[in-house]
Design a protein around this ligand. Structure first.
Ligand SMILES: Nc1ncnc2c1ncn2[C@@H]1O[C@H](COP(=O)(O)OP(=O)(O)O)[C@@H](O)[C@H]1O
Ligand SMILES: [Mg+2]
Length: 426
């Protein structure tokens, strides 16, 4: 198989790494990729992102499968075009990708089909939203309905903060069109976990679970980021809970999408809050998570090329929990100082030539400049380690990360601790 992966982050580097381990794969391409993907695949220029050029490239280079990494092209309908051309694509059509593209849609879907989630109300009118908000208690969560790179959901602890947030979204349009509609929802308490279910349109297969760390500072403090680290498996999800999640959330969600004539093919990422009343959906994403992919794919004990191709061509024969390795995996994100606000790019990265059988370096915001690898994004690298315990995986990633140097390098110090504490207290 020749496979093209669209995207340029750690997620795409991880997908390519797993694909490169498959005996079924002959050539790999990445559009546009980063310095890490260029070691496994041929990076092709971003001029091929235009749909006509992309389709021409896929046909001319006998690409058997295209994997669309990020949400934006899925929501814009890239998969639809591939399907129209009779080409194999992994990723949902736009009418199914709306499950991420519109939080208002996904909340209404869950409400209609009795899928557990926080109580909520959607608004397109500022005055009505303000009026509703004045009758709610804090903390409360306000989200722009459209996509906002993981920055459009705000947990408001005070009434003042809630009012300010609502105004910034609906009046000042801080998130642009994404804030044309907002969701105001009940604040849930519990621990978060991520589930990834690959669907071929008829059946689903569940990949290993993960937990991520969204906030920029230790102890989950400070503003949310794209994700500062992750680990797999998520110890909070035992077999019994997984059974419940399948019955009350995964199966009903795929069924609901089918009933709405929005059959879902691709990977559905379900962000959960495990509350005292059981698991509830925080949100859906229409693609793999970043940095969860960095840990769930090495944890998955199977052939990714085969899995994605079978999903794209509807070859599943039943629902299943996919096999997983016994080890624990942890990803520590090294970011540019200043992220998620402003930061400087273009710093040389040293220490990348080191090799270790238990650790791999996944590139996110990197590029090659004058034959050197330099920083080119907020999240720069993911240091992914395996261990017999989560603690061992954590130690390996932190030790390895010490050797990697670039100016203003920043990381959290507590990636994995929540999970380690859970094991320690068992
Ligand atoms: N109802 C809620 N109760 C408590 N925390 C929430 C709630 N909704 C969202 N959050 C927090 O905000 C984060 C981001 O929200 P989410 O809906 O996943 O939006 P996005 O990922 O698009 O920014 C979640 O990971 C969670 O930590
Ligand atoms: Mg989220």
């Amino acid at each position: 198989m020749n496979i093209l992966v669209i995207g340029s982050g750690g997620r795409e580097h991880s997908i390519l790494k797993k694909l490169s381990e498959s005996k079924k794969v002959s050539r790999l391409y990445c559009l546009p990729g980063n310095a890490g993907t260029s070691e496994l695949a041929e990076n092709i220029g971003s001029q091929f992102m235009a749909q006509d050029k992309l389709i021409e490239f896929v046909k001319n280079n006998s690409i058997d499968l295209t994997v669309i990494g990020p949400e934006q092209p899925l929501i814009e309908g890239y998969a639809d075009r591939f399907i129209k051309e009779g080409l194999n694509v992994f990723g949902p059509e736009s009418k199914a990708a709306v499950i991420e593209g519109s939080k208002a849609f996904s909340k209404d879907l869950m409400h209609k089909y009795n899928i557990p989630t926080a109580n909520y109300k959607n608004f397109t009118d500022y005055d009505q939203a303000k009026e509703y908000l004045s009758k709610q208690t804090v903390p409360i969560v306000i989200k722009v309905s459209g996509i906002a790179a993981g920055k459009g959901a705000i947990v408001c602890l005070t009434r003042e903060e809630a009012e300010k947030t609502l105004k910034s979204m609906m009046v000042d349009k801080e998130f642009g069109e994404a804030g044309d509609e907002v969701v105001i929802e009940e604040f849930l308490t519990g621990e978060e976990a991520s589930i990834f279910a690959v669907s071929d349109g008829n059946y689903y297969k569940i990949l290993p679970t993960a937990q991520d760390h969204k906030a920029i500072f230790d102890g989950d403090k400070g503003p949310n980021t794209g994700g500062m680290g992750s680990y797999s498996p998520a110890p909070i999800i035992n077999d019994e809970l997984m059974e419940d999640i399948q019955k009350s959330i995964i199966a009903p969600t795929f069924d609901a999408m089918k009933s709405e004539n929005r059959t879902y093919k691709g990977v559905l990422f379900v962000g959960l809050m495990i509350t005292g009343e059981g698991p509830k959906v925080i949100e859906y994403n229409c693609r793999f998570g970043d940095p969860e992919t960095q840990v769930i794919l090495p944890k998955y004990d199977g052939d990714l090329a085969e899995l994605l191709m079978e999903a794209a061509t509807s070859k599943f024969t039943g629902n299943e929990i996919l096999p997983a390795k016994n080890e624990h995996y942890l990803c520590l994100v090294l970011a540019s100082g200043g992220y998620p606000s402003s930061y400087v790019k273009g710093y040389t990265i040293d220490g990348l030539d080191r090799r270790d059988e238990n650790t791999s370096v996944i590139h996110a915001g990197t590029k090659v400049e004058n034959e050197k690898i330099v920083t080119s994004g907020g999240r720069v690298l993911g240091i992914v380690s395996r261990g017999n315990t989560l603690k061992e995986a954590k130690e390996r990633s932190y030790n390895f990360a010490d050797q990697i140097k670039f100016k203003d390098k920043y990381c959290r110090n507590d990636i994995g601790d929540k999970g380690i504490n859970r094991y320690d207290n068992k």
